[in-house]
Design a protein around this ligand. Structure first.
Ligand code: ACO
Length: 378
């Protein structure tokens, strides 16, 4: 931590919350989600089980799981006003994360519910419908109505393509959503906690969190990461293309992390999931190329920024996995939001229970004792 008389730039190293949701050990490369090592939870749980785990602190039994599934399923369809907004946004070529931010702001339209759980369920249930509907509208297609017979993950893939997905693809998406569901006090989660700490509402917190997630230093990296892999195109060009980017002062997307100084454990889980999915149903040549790009990037970054330990982060294999699921790059970050929203809401519940306003201080570095000069004399 670098502090200077209590000032920690970027709040690096500052502990600003206690949580039972996830534990991130950046030196060991370890991520625990509500007591489970990430690899165990991500590969086994359905997304609905993970939502229950984060919101209730334990895994559901069968009847609790069925009840949650039924409640979420019933909430999936979007109000007409939200669909109209998405149609308007598509006509204006609004980027998907901006459309998601606008549509998320309508999630409590017509509802006077003060019931946090009901609002949270509405948010989780409807985010996939917003993303999939907008994806189709942008392509000049009509949205596909949610299918109540399908799980949360399967239904999202179905609403994107209009055809029921294979089991391998559903498992790939469940693993992804579980992997990104929570990650300590990351920027978007912090934004959500700051908002509810003022006793504002959950939908406002989700809208703020979506805004924070959008940036390329947080959730906006996987699209550009995949673009880099495609730009490289073949393994023998990896070194030259990546070196040219570093020489031009660019950051390599999908590498480096504020907390992890070793390989991000989420990259491990997602690369294993991607390999399984690509082997079953995909382009193994692309997977092999991505491996080469990863090895080359980590090697070049070690020379470019010695001692900084810039390693692969979650976004690199997110890109590969989501591409393998047939998703276009511009909905990678909205799909991240579909997973992370359950974590945002769980943190909001913790923050509401804790009840303390988040209000750090700033140090003034401007001038003092200015003389007031009337406007005509300036
Ligand atoms: N490529 C090139 N240089 C880098 C990279 C990178 N990917 N990451 C960090 N650096 C450089 C920084 O410019 C900095 O250089 P400087 O000391 O000369 O200023 C140095 O390495 C150290 O950077 P850190 O302090 O470790 O980075 P910070 O904690 O500020 O940022 C971040 C972390 C934003 C993730 C950064 O590594 C980055 O921009 N990576 C690329 C974007 C990316 O992959 N984002 C997704 C992050 S994962 C997530 O949020 C879900």
């Amino acid at each position: 931590m670098s502090t200077n008389n209590g000032f920690a730039p970027g709040l690096e190293g500052i502990v600003a919350a206690e949580t039972q949701l996830s534990h991130v050990d950046g030196l060991k490369g370890e991520l625990i989600i509500a007591g489970f090592p990430l690899a165990k939870l991500a590969a086994n749980a359905t997304f609905e089980e993970t939502v229950f785990l984060l919101w209730r602190g334990r895994l559901p039994n069968q009847s609790e799981l069925d009840e949650l599934k039924n409640e979420l399923t019933a909430l999936r369809p979007l109000p007409e006003a939200t669909l109209n907004l998405l149609r308007e946004a598509a006509q204006n070529h609004t980027p998907p994360m901006d459309a998601l931010r606008m549509a998320a702001a309508t999630l409590d339209l017509g509802s006077s519910s003060q019931d946090h759980l009901a609002t949270a369920q509405t948010v989780v249930a409807r985010l996939p419908t917003i993303v999939a509907s907008y994806y189709r509208l942008r392509q000049g297609q009509q949205p596909v109505a949610p299918d109540p017979a399908l799980s949360h993950a399967a239904n999202f893939l179905y609403m994107l393509s209009g055809t029921p997905p294979s089991e391998a693809r559903v498992r790939g998406l469940e693993t992804y959503l579980n992997t990104v569901v929570d990650h300590g006090l990351n920027a978007s989660t912090f934004a959500a906690r700051v908002i509810v700490a003022t006793q504002s509402d959950l939908v406002s917190a989700i809208v703020g969190a979506i805004g924070a997630l959008k940036g390329p230093l947080h959730g906006g990296a996987p699209g550009p990461a995949l673009d880099t892999v495609f730009e490289i195109g073949s393994a023998n060009r990896a070194e030259a293309v990546l070196q040219a980017k570093l020489d031009a002062g660019e950051r390599l997307m999908g590498f480096g992390h504020r907390v992890y100084k070793v390989r991000d454990p989420r990259a491990e889980v997602l690369s294993a999931a991607a390999e399984k999915m690509f082997k079953a149903d995909g382009d193994m040549a692309l997977y092999e190329l991505a491996k080469t790009v990863e090895e080359t990037a980590v090697r070049l970054l070690a020379v470019h920024k010695p001692g900084r330990n810039l390693q692969t982060n979650v976004e690199f294999y997110t890109a590969l996995l989501l591409h393998g699921l047939g998703l276009e790059t511009d909905i990678f970050t909205p799909t991240f939001a579909i997973g992370r929203t359950a974590g945002w809401l769980a943190h909001c519940f913790e923050q509401i229970n804790y009840g303390r306003l988040i209000r750090p201080q700033s140090r003034y570095t401007g001038v003092m004792d200015r003389e007031w000069v009337p406007v005509g004399k300036r």
